[in-house]
Write a protein that binds this ligand. Sequence first.
Ligand SMILES: [Zn+2]
Ligand SMILES: [Zn+2]
Length: 333
Amino acid sequence: MRALVYTGPHSLALQERPVPAPGPGEVLVRVEAVGICGSDMHAYHGHDTRRPPPLVLGHEAAGRIAGGRRDGERVTVNPLVTCGTCAACESGRSHLCKDRQILSMPPRPGAFAEFVCVPEGNLVRIPDDLPVAKAALAEPMAVSYHAVNQGARLLGRPVTGADCLIFGGGAIGLGAALVLAMQGARRLCLVEPNAARRTVIARSVPRIRCAAPEDAEMALDAVADLILDAVGSASTRKAASRLIRPGGVIVHIGLLPGMEGLDIRKITLQEVVVSGSYCYTAQEFRDVVAALASGQLGHLDWPEERDLSGAVEAFADIDANRVGAPKVILHCN
Ligand SMILES: [Zn+2]
Ligand SMILES: [Zn+2]
């Protein structure tokens, strides 16, 4: 099979590899669509010690089961593999499993390939009328959905009465905006430096207002009850600290290195809650597949679609900021 192999910093190669054989409890999935994630870019830059080369990246996959009793069934893949028996798993917070594994991190190869092996319990069936490229959005949308749920839980009330601000207009930030719009957030603003992305987002999310970072405070009247930081840089943390209301919640999703920017004194004096957010529970993943299928998350026409044969170029284009779309989806078969 063809597989895109990360061979070292800024280096990828399309290679011929044997089709993997499913282990106990696993099934073989013929990958039809797989998204390129910010975390794949992070690995590509050589910054993710959890993803050492040589490695097949990619964890946002959808396709068809190949072989066995469910042969041909259309599925999307929850790439987070958990033990099911530890305290976190038993309490319904399987994303905090002490033994969690993710497709594209050793020992599990990723899905930038024609086939990938996945535990059967990680497959979610998709309806016939949901296009496979949209089904591949389940993983990033589940990340967004969990972050919003985390924010609402910590805020102690539904987002319907909340003024919400998002940093970052990649797929996670856009997804968070779509989830907040679906849940009826009172006011919805997003800060993103790339003008092409701001245009896509303004077109895709009802009632949203977008601004460049330098204009955000003027343009958005940006004080917020809930801030989702899908960038996670020193400057976004600093802005979030400044713009959060007393008693508000900052949910930190971005995975850039560093920890500067938070105003701990304001967090203390104004009882601001700051929380990380990572992945999603298995139930949240299924909820998102249902929301994608029912159209509640919009028309989903914002990803750019390419073939696996153009993957090396796609990474280079994203790296050089030549892609306006918040997500690139690769077709593998
Ligand atoms: Zn991802
Ligand atoms: Zn566990």
